[in-house]
Design a protein around this ligand. Structure first.
Ligand SMILES: [Zn+2]
Length: 193
């Protein structure tokens, strides 16, 4: 899937999570940091390819990207598995704990959950593509949905652009509209705090 689809899916996943498990009191800073972390999480697994936004945006990044990709076994390997999610989870928590002193108004636990929601949504979306995802590494089998490979999506092609992405946007809008009170309440609490 393209980064645009992943970002939309990550936001949809975060909104769904907030609706199902409403977080407690939250500062505006926490809310903003959570959305940012969620969007980063939504594209984080693709740092295993040299064309990832991270590598494209730093000097000689593609070079580092190629080395990093080789270290983690290439595209759609370690970073696209449950083991990879665990490592993303551990490293991001370490980083958040390190940053906590300079951002005292931010609930790092919620930001962390938002980041991981993005990462997991990435793997789910990639499972809909022809290549599939090696969820259960070290078992090197790539799982996909639907199980019949030819029924799955080709990244960047019309099914993604005309059905999946607009579908995700429509679903996100619908969720926001039908849960307006819950979401508005959350924002209100943020502003009061
Ligand atoms: Zn991916």
């Amino acid at each position: 899937m393209t980064a645009r689809t992943h970002d939309t899916a990550a936001l949809l996943a975060l909104i769904s999570y907030v609706i199902v498990v409403p977080p407690g009191k939250m500062t505006l800073a926490t809310g903003l940091a959570a959305v940012l972390a969620n969007q980063l999480g939504g594209i984080a697994p693709d740092i295993d390819q040299p064309t990832a936004p991270l590598w494209r945006n730093i000097p000689i990044g593609r070079y580092f990207g190629r080395i990093f990709g080789a270290l983690v076994g290439g595209h759609r390997f370690f970073c696209h598995s449950i083991l990879g999610v665990a490592v993303f989870g551990a490293l991001s928590m370490l980083l958040l704990q390190f940053l906590q002193p300079i951002m005292p108004n931010i609930d790092i636990n919620f930001v962390w959950v938002a980041f991981l929601t993005g990462v997991v949504s990435h793997l789910i979306m990639d499972s809909l593509t022809k290549e599939g995802v090696p969820w259960l590494l070290p078992i090197p089998y790539k799982f996909g949905f639907p199980p019949i490979r030819s029924w799955r999506v080709t990244t960047g092609k019309w099914v993604e652009n005309i059905i999946i992405l607009p579908g995700l946007i429509a679903l996100t809008t619908w969720l926001c509209a039908t849960n307006y009170t819950t979401l508005a309440d959350l924002i209100q609490r943020q502003l009061i705090k």
